[in-house]
Unconditional design. Structure first.
Length: 260
């Protein structure tokens, strides 16, 4: 049995629960070899077959895999804390999908009006070489200046247009789900800080109390910006924001990101 198989660690939940598969990479001294056997470590989660090639052993080889035709089209796949992480969980309609839609709507409009940057919704892989992280946030903002000075660069795919951002975006958004609590509150908080991302927006709308934080980059880690009267000032957008829980006309949860 290869070392990768012997050391793999999986977390699998079936049925209607949240599902995730995790496999640690090899040590930093192990490098992928082009001629090595391309065995695939395969898992089946709720009838979905998931395979991690045996040559994916570090951050560099993860990004190589991302560029290949073998990269999964389903689920969210990340390289974080030295591990390949799969999240196959379904997103809750209101506390997750509706939340990131509302925040994205507001921030994209601000960026478009001010012509000072670009806001991207989820589905975009961001990577930072120094922090050895690749992840798909729920939202990303990159200022024009960050593109211009090389802080962030667009990575072109082998067969299509740009498919990845490399570097330090100015802001990322994560909306917490049941399957991402540790990832969002702990692992990504460290990884995004190491990547030098100026603001980390973290939202948890799962419970009765809405939790909205804007974390600012400091030399010792992220620090939450203090809310004043419910308003939080963003240095990236140069505006204050307040997130309010409401109900839609059918009585379902809804949200409004207010700006001043």
């Amino acid at each position: 049995m290869s070392q990768a198989v012997a050391t793999r660690r999986t977390t699998v939940r079936g049925g209607n629960g949240h599902r995730a598969v995790v496999m640690p990479a090899k040590s930093r001294t192990t490098k992928p070899v082009a001629t090595a056997a391309r065995a695939t470590h395969r898992f089946v989660v709720d009838d979905v077959s998931i395979g991690i090639p045996g040559w994916v052993v570090d951050h560099a080889s993860f990004r190589q895999w991302f560029q290949s035709d073998d990269f999964p089209e389903e689920g969210r796949v990340s390289f974080l804390n030295g591990e390949v992480m799969f999240d196959m969980s379904q997103e809750q309609i209101f506390s997750h999908v509706r939340m990131k839609t509302e925040i994205g709507r507001v921030l994209a409009n601000i960026a478009k009006r001010k012509l000072n940057g670009v806001y991207f919704g989820d589905g975009l892989l961001i990577s930072h070489l120094g922090a050895e992280v690749s992840n798909n946030p729920d939202g990303v903002f990159v200022a024009n200046a960050s593109f211009e000075d090389g802080t962030v660069r667009l990575v072109e795919g082998a067969k299509q247009g740009y498919i990845e951002l490399e570097g330090s975006p100015d802001m990322v958004l994560e909306v917490v789900s049941d399957s991402s609590v540790k990832k969002d509150f702990e692992l990504l908080r460290v990884a995004y800080w190491k990547a030098g991302i100026r603001e980390y927006w973290l939202v948890d709308a799962r419970g009765e109390k809405l939790d909205f934080q804007i974390l600012k980059l400091t030399s010792k880690g992220y620090s939450p910006i203090r809310a004043v009267g419910g308003w939080i000032k963003s240095a990236v957008f140069r505006k204050s924001f307040r997130l309010v829980a409401t109900k839609n006309h059918l009585g379902h949860p809804d949200f409004e990101l207010q700006v001043r």
